[in-house]
Ligand binder design. Structure first.
Ligand SMILES: [Zn+2]
Length: 390
């Protein structure tokens, strides 16, 4: 790590004289033109090259402007007021936000892949308990895609289990079969609405993408930091709010009053949290625990519909299984909030975890783990309500 850091410092060292010249002469283009006229063509090219190689150094905590001072236990490797282009390119450089950017950017792509998987999964006879579906598939898939019949739409990861993509005909057929009267049973089988599950996936992707953008670009300016932090808070709120949707919608599918009550409560609470987060004081370092407490309370309010679910459906294995995933999610989020608020381990050894291992990186990893646990809960809800509706 030390050699990496040394190399980094060498390659990102600022040309102070260039900075001074930039300030004195205005834009790099103007500097190029002004200086270029007084020198030969070769010198002009050199000058232009140097202007375009505008480099920026990493600075220590003490050199930061107030709006970038969030954690005094991270002592070095800060980017401060970098141009947007350099800030964007710094995704591929080493500084104290690199891992924060990539943890949630990779998380975003993971959830994008999960969404695509969920959108393309096809329930089989094991999910719908419907002999007509498998019969129809056998007659119409013409042997072109036998994997459809052997893939499983289980309660713990159906979408991922698809070993071969279904043909369009087969997919269309399943939709038709699921909405059609069964010749064998006389029942009409429908797939339950998917929007609460997709709302959750979109909420997770929005949160992860906004977080990643915030960590990458907040160093640009105070205004950029203000706007991006609000989007980051909105993303966290969106993740919490949409996490309620599958839980509440699929659990209380047949009981409109608690369904509307819980969905209305969490949606209004989320809107209020976004409104509060717009206040400039909300991002003050001294209010770190207040921010953590606000989001933790929103998440903890999910215990009410979960307890209600167990009261009504406690005997059902799906209710127990989804509660297990939800407890795992809550555990990950709670651990994340504690780490975020306490700023450990960097508090114990300031400067030691500047690049790798500081609290915010751990917080990011715990958020992804929690969101992934809830994704599995969503699959169980879908399986449950596809099989049993009102
Ligand atoms: Zn973050």
């Amino acid at each position: 790590m030390a050699s990496t850091v040394t190399l980094l410092e060498k390659t990102t060292t600022a040309f102070r004289s260039d900075d001074v010249a930039d300030k004195a002469l205005g834009s790099p283009t103007m500097k190029h033109l002004l200086l270029g006229r007084s020198k030969g063509a070769g010198d002009t090219v050199d000058m232009a090259k140097r202007c375009c190689e505008h480099r920026h150094e990493l600075v220590s905590y003490d050199a930061l402007p107030e709006f970038l001072k969030h954690n005094e236990f991270i002592l070095d490797y800060y980017r401060s007021e970098w141009p947007v282009k350099q800030a964007l390119l710094s995704a591929f450089a080493v500084h104290n936000e690199t891992i924060n950017v990539w943890t949630h950017l990779i998380g975003f792509f993971v959830f994008l892949a999960l969404t695509v998987c969920a959108a393309t999964m096809v329930p089989t006879e094991t999910s719908v308990s419907h002999s007509a579906t498998s019969t129809a598939l056998t007659h119409n898939s013409t042997g072109g895609n036998p994997m459809i019949l052997t893939s499983s739409y289980t309660t713990v990861g159906a979408a991922v289990a698809m070993q071969a993509p279904p043909t369009r005909n087969a997919s269309f057929l399943v939709e038709q079969e699921l909405a059609a009267p069964s010749p064998s049973s006389g029942h009409i089988i429908h797939r339950v609405a998917r929007w609460p599950f997709y709302a959750y996936l979109c909420g997770a992707m929005f949160c992860l993408l906004m977080s990643s953008a915030c960590h990458l670009l907040s160093c640009h300016s105070e205004h950029a930091s203000y706007v991006l932090l609000r989007l980051d808070y909105a993303g966290i709120t969106g993740l919490i709010v949409t996490s309620f949707y599958p839980l509440v919608y699929y659990t209380f599918l047949c009981d409109p009053f608690p369904l509307s009550l819980y969905l209305g409560f969490i949606t209004v609470s989320g809107a209020a949290a976004v409104a509060v987060s717009l206040l400039p004081v909300f991002e003050s370092p001294g209010l770190r625990w207040a921010r953590a407490a606000l989001f933790a309370c929103m998440g903890a309010s999910g215990l009410v519909p979960i307890a209600h679910k167990l009261l009504v459906f406690g005997a059902r294995p799906e209710a127990v299984q989804t509660t297990g995933y939800e407890m795992a999610m809550g555990g990950f989020y709670l651990a994340g909030v504690v780490v975020y608020g306490a700023r450990v381990p960097e508090r114990w050894m300031p400067g030691r975890f500047d690049l790798v291992g500081h609290s915010h990186q751990l917080f990011h990893a715990l958020v992804i783990a929690g969101a992934y646990a809830h994704y599995h809960a969503g699959l169980v809800y879908l399986s449950w309500r596809d099989m049993e509706q009102c």
